[in-house]
Design a protein. Sequence first.
Length: 49
Amino acid sequence: MRNIFVYNGRLAIITEYYKAWSRTNYAFYIICILPWLVSYMLFQYLVYI
């Protein structure tokens, strides 16, 4: 996965939002830091596959 990072022991998902990109030539970044349990479950899943 390209946009998954570890931040303070938790997984963070970073996505870009392009709604006004054609006018402003600027993309907004949305950072979602997952709760501990969800981070653990997603990490275990990614290790398994």
